[in-house]
Design a binder for this molecule. Structure first.
Ligand code: PLP
Length: 397
């Protein structure tokens, strides 16, 4: 068995996180409760300045956003409406669109950002386009001002999948605060973790109240207007009024307690990640013999990126070569991943559901062939590991 020297993610739980989790366990009230409310308030007041609702994953956040948009109480989207999504996306950026009876159209990406191409976006917008599921791939972003203008002009609902981008800004404005909705993930390998967990955000409190009900079976008892609803349906037990369809996508208070502790340290976490990103990048670029064979992305003008990983773009367009480099690294205990899931239009699940992939995804194809990413950790990289990582990469090229 190969010893993993440089994993995609490092253990990031500190004593304070464990203490908070144990306190919840000892209280014996471990399901969703006060701690979940606390983290929602913290996220709203200290991070995004938007109404926030915790769920059990970033995937659940995305699902609930689309379920809200098609909900009979909202009706912003109807079956068959077209939703655009960049071809470099995550599985559950995309599937909630289809699971909600909507149509997906893929948009190509920009090679400089690995994020949506605004020129292809303009080409792909049609009369049927009603929403854009924007994925801030690897924490990076496109020009958010230009993108917001395109959405406004074409009356497109903007949903930001910010699961890989907690802390990134464009023109000093946090990603996840540009759109009508945004989602965040607190999975183990993300900027902060609550084990499993995520957040749905929206400026519109009405939508958040609907999502709150969808999150918990469709019942009304947690809603701000629960008393008013109970008064309306006096013949139904007030704690068991189901005003909507529902799921159970709740977090536990254990997740919430860990998440709060991590959020309290977010500045420190982000600065360590930035340090690691720059340190690894400059170390790799030092050697003239090798540094002509690959590119590592830069923060674009106006953006301050909280990188999710270190995107590594090989000069060669030969996918076999990329896979061989990744394989060699893996044998040295250096873990790598495709850029999210490569060109998602090429995944077997797309064929299974007979989804039309459309044309012009050349850049997504190219990135699929020549790019991968290395993990970025929340603890400072040691000089020993940095040396090992650099040597492993050079000897794998
Ligand atoms: C872009 C993106 N969206 C959504 C998700 C889903 O988040 P979760 O793993 O919390 O369900 C991920 C997970 O890695 C992701 O990278």
């Amino acid at each position: 068995m190969v010893k993993i020297v440089y994993p995609l993610t490092e253990s990031v739980l500190e004593k304070a996180d464990l203490k908070a989790a144990i306190k919840v366990i000892n209280s014996k009230k471990i399901t969703m409760g006060q701690k979940t409310k606390d983290i929602e308030n913290y996220f709203k007041n200290k991070i995004v300045n938007m109404n926030s609702l915790m769920v059990n994953s970033g995937s659940s956040a995305n699902l609930l956003i689309f379920q809200c948009l098609i909900n009979p109480m909202v009706k912003k989207l109807k079956p068959g409406d077209e939703v655009l999504v960049p071809a470099i996306c995550w599985s559950t950026s995309l599937w909630p669109i289809i699971q909600s009876g909507l149509k997906v159209k893929f948009v190509d990406i920009d090679l400089n950002t690995l994020n949506i191409s605004l020129s292809d976006l303009n080409k792909k917008i049609s009369k049927k386009t009603k929403a854009l599921m924007l994925v801030h791939a690897l924490g990076n972003c496109t020009d958010m001002e230009k993108l917001s203008k395109i959405c406004k002009k074409n009356k497109i609902i903007l949903i930001e999948d910010t699961c890989e981008a907690l802390g990134s800004t464009f023109k000093k404005k946090l990603l996840g605060t540009y759109g009508d909705f945004s989602s965040f993930s607190f999975y183990y390998s993300h900027h902060i973790t609550s084990g499993e967990g995520g957040m749905v955000c929206s400026k519109n409190l009405k939508y958040i109240e609907i999502i709150k009900s969808l999150r918990s079976h469709g019942w009304s008892k947690d809603l701000t207007k629960s008393k008013k609803i109970a008064d309306k349906y006096r013949n139904i037990d007030k704690n068991w009024i189901f005003i909507n369809s529902g799921f159970n996508l709740r977090p536990t208070d254990i997740n919430a307690a860990i998440g709060i502790e991590q959020l309290k340290r977010i500045k420190k976490i982000l600065s360590i990640r930035k340090y690691n990103f720059l340190k690894i990048k400059y170390e790799l670029l030092k050697n003239k013999k090798y540094n002509q064979q690959f590119t590592i992305l830069e923060d674009q003008k106006f953006s301050n990126i909280a990188w999710f990983g270190i995107p590594f773009i090989l000069n060669s367009n030969d996918k076999k070569y990329k896979l061989s480099v990744m394989e060699k690294l893996s044998r040295k205990g250096v873990m790598t991943r495709p850029i999210i899931s490569g060109n998602f239009a090429k995944q077997p699940s797309i064929k299974l559901y007979k989804i039309k992939t459309g044309s012009n995804l050349q850049n997504a194809d190219l990135i699929d062939k020549k790019a991968f990413f290395l993990g970025l950790h929340n603890i400072k990289i040691s000089s020993k590991i940095l040396k090992y990582l650099t040597e492993s990469i050079y000897s794998s090229l």
